[in-house]
Design a protein around this ligand. Structure first.
Ligand code: PLP
Length: 444
C-alpha cells in the first residue's frame, strides 16, 4: 500500500531526503549541497550541527528529558525564563513556554483576555490585527491572521480579527508617500477602535516585520510608536508577534527594540530553539501579570510538553551561543552587506520590484513591470517556480505571499543563519544570481 507522512506540502512532489547539515549548508542523500538561505522557515538561526547545542541536548537528556509542568519545575526552564527576562526590553519577566509559534500567539491572546477578566472587565474579548499578517495555523491564531490564502478554507470557523491595513509602503493601501502619510495605516486603528468600542477589545497583535504573508515588510520609523500610543490611550494591550523576528533575526533580541516600543506581551518561536527542539513562548510583562498574580495566580492554558526540560535546555544553549559569539550585534552589518548586493541584482533583473526588510530578514518582491508594479498572474506560480529553480541551483529560499490582497503577488524571503560569514554571503549571491538568470531564460 502506498504510504507517506502527511506533513509534506505536496504529496505528489518528490522531495530529496536530507542526510545532514553543517553551518549554513544542508546535504541530501545524493550528496547534493544546499546553501540554507532561509534557515528553513526562518528557524535555523545559528546554522546546523552546532556542537555546543548538541552537547547541551545530550547533557540534559542524561539527566531528564521530560517532567510534567504541574508536578515539577526544572533548572533548565527556570534559567531560560531568567535569561529571557534579562535580555528582553521592558519588564517581560514572565515566560509561558509552549512548543510552536501558533501556540505562542494563541497563548498570548488568551493571557490578554484573562488579564482583563481578572481586572473585572469581562467585555474585553476581541483581538484586533492587520491584514497581510500571519500569526499561526491553529484556528485561534488563524483568526488573528490576515493571510487571505491560509484563511480561505476555514473562514466560517474564524473570527474577524484582521481590521486594519499593514504599513506596506511599496503598495501603500492609501496611495500615500511615507514622508507625508502621517502614518494613515496606523491611525486607522483609532477609527476601528471607536467603531467597535474599546470596552470590547482586549489586545492588538502585529508582527514587527511582516513575514510569511508579506515578504519581510518593515514599517517606517515611527509607525509602532503611533500604534502603541493608540493602544495605551484606549487601554488595549499590545502583543508583538516576534515568532519570526525574535531571538536576534533583525539585529536586536526583539525587533520592537529598533523603534523603542515595549510590548505588553510577546510571542516567540522559531529561532528560540533554532530548529534543535520545538520550543516557543508567550512573554508577559509585569503590568499584564499584576491582576493575575493578585487573582487566580494561574494561567488558564498549557500543553503537556510546555516547559519540558529538553527543549528549555536547547533554547538556553542557543541564547548562550548567541551571546558568547556576539552574533546578534553583527546581524545588521551582515544585512547591509547582503542588501547592497541585492540592490545590484535589482539593477540587473527587471522582475525585481522591491527589496526590503530588517537585519537578516530580507524580502524580494517580483513584478511583471517595475514601472507600474504589476504583479505576475497568480496562475503563473512565480514564487513556486523561483523556489524550485533555487533548489536546483543548491540554494534554499522561503516562499512568501505578497500584494495588498494577499493573493496577487509574489515574494521570497532571504533569512540565512545569523552565523553566515562574508564569504558565504558572496556564495549566496552567486547562487541567487544564477537562479535569477535561469528564471529570465527559462520562465520569462
Ligand atoms: N507567527 C509568525 C510571525 C510566524 O511567522 C509563524 C510561522 O511562520 C507563526 C506565528 C506560527 O508559528 P508555527 O509555525 O511555529 O506554529
Amino acid at each position: 500500500m502506498e504510504h507517506s507522512y502527511l506533513i509534506k506540502p505536496l504529496l505528489d512532489a518528490v522531495y530529496p531526503t536530507i542526510d545532514y547539515g553543517k553551518g549554513i549548508y544542508l546535504y541530501d542523500k545524493e550528496g547534493k549541497r544546499y546553501v540554507d538561505a532561509s534557515s528553513g522557515a526562518v528557524t535555523a538561526n545559528i546554522g546546523h550541527g552546532v556542537p555546543e547545542i548538541i552537547d547541551a541536548m545530550v547533557q540534559q537528556a542524561k539527566r531528564v528529558s521530560f517532567v510534567y509542568r504541574s508536578q515539577f519545575t526544572s533548572e533548565a526552564a527556570e534559567a531560560l525564563a531568567g535569561k529571557i527576562a534579562e535580555q528582553c526590553v521592558g519588564s517581560l519577566n514572565w515566560s509561558f513556554f509552549v512548543n510552536s509559534g501558533s501556540e505562542a500567539t494563541e497563548t498570548a491572546m488568551k493571557i490578554a483576555i484573562q488579564h482583563w477578566q481578572e481586572k473585572g472587565v469581562k467585555t474585553k474579548n476581541k483581538i484586533l490585527s492587520r491584514w497581510v499578517s500571519y500569526h499561526g495555523i491553529t484556528l485561534g491564531a488563524l483568526s488573528m491572521s490576515g493571510h487571505t490564502l491560509r484563511r480561505a478554507r476555514f473562514v466560517p470557523l474564524l473570527e474577524d480579527f484582521p481590521s486594519i491595513q499593514p504599513p506596506y509602503c511599496y503598495r501603500c493601501p492609501y496611495n500615500l508617500e511615507p514622508t507625508s502619510c502621517k502614518f494613515a495605516c496606523a491611525t486607522e486603528l483609532e477609527n476601528v477602535i471607536k467603531k467597535i468600542g474599546a470596552e470590547h477589545i482586549a489586545a492588538f497583535i502585529a508582527e514587527p516585520v511582516i513575514g510569511a504573508a508579506g515578504g519581510a515588510i518593515s514599517p517606517p520609523v515611527g509607525y509602532f510608536k503611533v500604534i502603541k500610543e493608540i493602544c495605551d490611550h484606549h487601554q488595549i494591550l499590545f502583543i508583538a508577534d516576534e515568532v519570526m523576528t525574535g531571538f536576534g533575526r533583525t539585529g536586536k533580541m526583539l525587533a520592537c527594540e529598533h523603534w523603542g516600543v515595549e510590548p505588553d506581551i510577546v510571542a516567540l518561536g522559531k529561532g528560540m530553539g533554532a530548529g534543535y527542539a520545538p520550543i516557543a513562548a508567550a512573554l508577559v510583562s509585569n503590568k499584564v501579570m499584576e491582576p493575575i498574580l493578585a487573582g487566580t495566580k494561574s494561567i488558564m492554558s498549557g500543553h503537556t510538553l510546555s516547559a519540558n526540560p529538553q527543549s528549555c535546555a536547547v533554547s538556553l544553549a542557543v541564547m548562550e551561543y548567541l551571546q558568547n559569539n556576539r552574533i546578534i550585534e553583527q546581524v545588521e552589518l551582515k544585512g547591509f552587506y547582503l542588501s547592497y548586493h541585492l540592490q545590484e541584482l535589482k539593477e540587473e533583473f527587471s522582475f525585481i520590484g522591491d527589496i526590503r526588510g530588517k537585519g537578516l530578514l530580507i524580502g524580494i518582491e517580483f513584478v511583471q513591470s517595475v514601472e507600474n508594479k504589476e504583479p505576475f498572474p497568480r496562475e503563473d506560480q512565480i514564487t513556486n517556480k523561483m523556489i524550485q529553480l533555487g533548489a536546483n541551483n543548491g540554494i534554499l529560499l522561503y516562499p512568501s505571499a505578497a500584494g495588498i490582497d494577499g493573493i496577487h503577488g509574489d515574494a521570497i524571503i532571504l533569512a540565512p543563519p545569523l552565523t553566515i560569514s562574508k564569504d558565504e554571503i558572496d556564495e549566496l549571491i552567486i547562487l541567487l544570481r544564477k537562479t535569477f538568470l535561469d528564471f529570465s531564460n527559462e520562465i520569462l
